[in-house]
Structure formats: structure tokens, C-alpha cells
Write a protein that binds this ligand. Structure first.
Ligand code: ADP
Length: 255
């Protein structure tokens, strides 16, 4: 039940939108078995970097690779096939499908924001294949949604929909799991449950990249924190190093 995490290397990546330099030579590495957190104020480039890794945007300069295989200049489908899975802040779950079906759909889709109608119309999708079912049961157990498997997915409360979004990624056993603000809007108990899931994934060898506003969560969960500001890496370090970095404190907390 391991995850066979892959090493994600972002090397000196830059991206401009017109005259607006969103990323200026950003480098970071995410290792298997580790949580690497990406933090930064609004507009610092986190979403742009995530979208570049997923192949939505081309890099202007620099390279993105997993396990020494170049991903930049491929595209979202190739990136998904290479084993990168991401969550979305507002997952778009169609009405009328169960939790089980939503999780199984993760095996048939690339890194898109919604479950495409095409997936639901695949021959036999509604008669879920045995191997898909056992994989789905495995990840539903991991995220604690087993008893909701036959419930309509859209009817779940926010915290459980977030867990479902994570499960949908995990069913493909991703080499790299990108979590985009998964904790936003969750209460303390739900954040703790989410942390437990992330710890299980890294304990099983998975590579996790956490893009997150919740500084306390990042401090408690991350092995390495990369702090962005104005499109540049301001600091990289352990939670203890980041927490005591004067530039980070100034930028984030105004101290
Ligand atoms: P964050 O996720 O850290 O809030 P973003 O990556 O969304 O930061 O934004 C970084 C910068 O890039 C901002 O100045 C933003 O306006 C700009 N930007 C992001 N995406 C686009 C886009 N598609 N077109 C133009 N500018 C963009």
C-alpha cells in the first residue's frame, strides 16, 4: 500500500504575464516521504507555480522535472500520466454521483477542475470494476469516508468534500500529490484529520506539496517550508528556521 513518491525538482523557473513577473527564478525540491510546504502572501506566485507544475502554463525559463524526467513543455495530460495529482480549492463535483463513483473517477481523469462528463459516460463506469472498487475502498478507508461511500457526493459537508478531493487524487497512487489550500474553511478537528491523512501518505513514501495559508498547520506538518514573496524564494528551511526568520516574520506577520 505504498505510494512510491517521486522527487519533484523545480529549477530556476520564471514566468511573466505581459510585464508582470509572477515568478523570478524559483527553485525548490520536494522529496518522497516528506511534506514540502509552499507559503507566501497573496500575489506571491504560489498558484502560478502550482499551475506550471501541472502543465497549464509553459515556463519562460527554467526546468520542472520528476525523477529526472522533464515535465515542462509537455502539458496537463502528460503531467498527470507522469504521476502528478492535484486537488482544487473548489472541487467541481457533478450532481447525482456517489462518493464511491467520485473517487473512482480519479482513475480516469487528468488534473482538471471538474469530473468531465466523458468520464461518467465511459462504458461500464456505473458498474465499477472490481479492481477500481478495491482501490477506492482502500483510499476511502485512508481518508475516513468508508461509511459515506454510497452517499451523493455533493451532499457532503465541506470538510468531507475536501477529504473526497484528496481521495480522488490518492486512488491513482500519485508520485507527487499537490494540495492546494485544502485546509481553508475547515474547523480545527477537520484540519487535524486532514493532517493525519497527509502524515499517512508521507509515512507510506508519498511526496506531498502543500500550498497553504494556515501558518500553524504548515509549521506542524511540513518537513521543509519554501516561503515565496513577490515571485521569489525568500527563505527555505525547517519549520523552526522559517518561524524564526526575520524576513519571513516581517513579510507575513508585519513584525
Ligand atoms: P498567489 O497564488 O501566491 O496568490 P498568484 O500566482 O495567483 O499568487 O499570482 C502571482 C502574480 O501573477 C500576481 O501578480 C497575479 O496578478 C499574476 N497572475 C497570475 N495568473 C495570471 C494570469 N493568468 N494572467 C495575468 N497575471 C496573472
Amino acid at each position: 500500500t505504498g505510494f512510491a513518491g517521486k522527487r519533484l525538482v523545480i529549477d530556476n523557473v520564471s514566468k511573466a504575464f505581459g510585464g508582470n513577473k509572477a515568478l523570478k527564478g524559483v527553485s525548490l525540491t520536494a522529496e518522497p516521504g516528506r511534506v514540502t510546504a509552499l507559503i507566501g502572501p497573496n500575489g506571491s506566485g504560489k498558484t502560478t507555480l502550482l499551475n506550471m507544475v501541472c502543465g497549464f502554463y509553459r515556463t519562460d525559463t527554467g526546468a520542472i522535472s520528476i525523477d529526472d524526467r522533464r515535465l515542462d513543455s509537455t502539458g496537463p495530460d502528460a503531467v498527470a500520466r507522469a504521476g502528478v495529482a492535484r486537488t482544487f480549492q473548489t472541487p467541481n463535483i457533478p450532481e447525482g454521483i456517489t462518493v464511491l463513483e467520485a473517487v473512482v473517477s480519479g482513475r480516469y481523469m487528468s488534473n482538471r477542475a471538474s469530473i468531465p462528463a466523458a468520464v461518467l459516460q465511459l462504458p461500464g463506469f456505473r458498474r465499477i470494476r472490481r479492481e477500481d472498487r478495491s482501490e477506492a475502498d482502500r483510499v476511502l478507508g485512508l481518508v475516513g469516508l468508508t461509511k459515506y461511500r454510497d452517499v451523493e457526493a455533493v451532499s457532503l459537508p465541506l470538510g468531507m468534500r475536501r477529504m473526497l478531493e484528496v481521495a480522488r487524487c490518492l486512488i491513482s497512487r500519485p508520485g507527487v500529490l499537490l494540495l492546494d489550500e485544502v485546509a481553508s474553511g475547515l474547523d480545527e478537528h477537520e484540519v487535524e484529520m486532514l493532517s493525519e491523512v497527509v502524515r499517512k501518505v508521507t509515512a507510506a513514501g508519498g511526496t506531498v506539496v502543500l500550498v497553504e495559508h494556515n501558518f500553524q498547520l504548515v509549521l506542524s506538518l511540513a518537513d521543509t517550508i519554501v516561503a515565496l514573496a513577490h515571485g521569489e524564494v525568500m527563505a527555505t528551511g525547517t519549520p523552526a528556521e522559517i518561524e524564526s526568520n526575520p524576513r519571513v516574520l516581517n513579510e507575513y506577520l508585519g513584525i
